[in-house]
Design a protein around this ligand. Structure first.
Ligand SMILES: Cc1cc2nc3c(=O)[nH]c(=O)nc-3n(C[C@H](O)[C@H](O)[C@H](O)COP(=O)(O)OP(=O)(O)OC[C@H]3O[C@@H](n4cnc5c(N)ncnc54)[C@H](O)[C@@H]3O)c2cc1C
Length: 229
């Protein structure tokens, strides 16, 4: 079967490698607009359940990811200056770029045809396929093009965020609630590498504007978008 996967994010790459693992006669092609070795965002978190799922699907990918994970068992909530520690969780963090790199390498080993730097502007331009997989993210061209068929139900929220990487090392996953005259700001922070943590600041639209963040360089101000980095 000829399978074309639009989008080389985690979903597209993982689907592609599993498809080849299941049947090596499938011809699987992944089309990705970004060059190899680039993605958006910093660290991402896996729950224990996600890790068990990954292990169950492909032991090899799971073993490679495990080598790159920072793990912890506490979630800390900091509210009005008071820290409450909740233990007994199982979480792991990994740099998004490492996740993508492991998945890309596994795809190449299994014979997936990865085509980077390929922007697909309309679906008519795709190579021939028997199955098309729309793994092109939240602003999916596949879903938009066939909206009449898929009838997507999108619930777009208004919170804004900025996604930073920092050498400040956090212990476990920390949710910090901080209020000032502009509104309420919430930080999600955790270490995902020996020397780096991710630090996402989230707030509602009103606080974002009150703090003068709208239109600031480096901040998209649009929901669901990250920076190339
Ligand atoms: C701030 C933030 C923090 C997050 N933290 C976590 C977390 O800790 N843990 C977690 O599990 N999830 C987290 N997520 C969610 C996670 O990022 C998404 O669930 C995940 O990226 C979805 O993967 P995907 O492959 O479906 O889509 P994407 O990662 O969006 O990948 C889609 C790919 O398709 C490509 N593409 C799109 N359109 C085209 C086109 N027309 N032509 C060519 N290429 C195209 C894009 O370049 C992209 O590489 C977070 C998201 C955000 C915004």
């Amino acid at each position: 079967m000829r399978i074309v996967v639009l989008g080389g994010g985690p979903a597209g790459l993982y689907f592609a490698l599993l498809a080849r693992r299941l049947d090596s006669t499938h011809k699987v092609t992944v089309l990705e607009r970004n060059p190899r070795g680039s993605t958006f965002g910093w660290g991402v978190v896996f729950s224990g359940k996600t890790l068990r799922f990954l292990e169950g699907q492909d032991v090899d990918t799971h073993a490679r990811l495990r080598q790159k994970l920072a793990t912890w068992e506490n979630v800390d909530v900091v509210h009005r200056g008071e820290r409450v520690r909740i233990k007994g969780n199982r979480f792991a963090g990994i740099a998004r770029i490492e996740l993508i790199t492991v998945l890309e390498e596994r795809c190449l080993e299994l014979g997936v045809d990865l085509r980077f730097g390929t922007e697909v502007e309309e679906l008519d331009s795709l190579p021939p396929y028997d199955l098309l997989v729309g793994a092109d993210g939240v602003n999916s061209l596949v879903r938009t093009t066939w909206a009449g068929h898929f009838k997507p139900d999108l619930d777009r929220r208004h919170n804004r965020y900025a996604w930073y990487g920092t050498p400040q090392l956090f212990d476990g996953l920390t949710l910090t609630f901080q209020e000032n005259e502009d509104g309420l700001f919430i930080a999600h922070s955790y270490r995902f590498e020996p020397q780096l943590s991710t630090f996402i600041v989230e707030c509602d639209e009103k606080s974002w504007r009150a703090a003068g963040l709208e239109g600031q360089p480096g901040l998209s101000g649009a929901p669901f978008r990250g920076r190339l980095g």
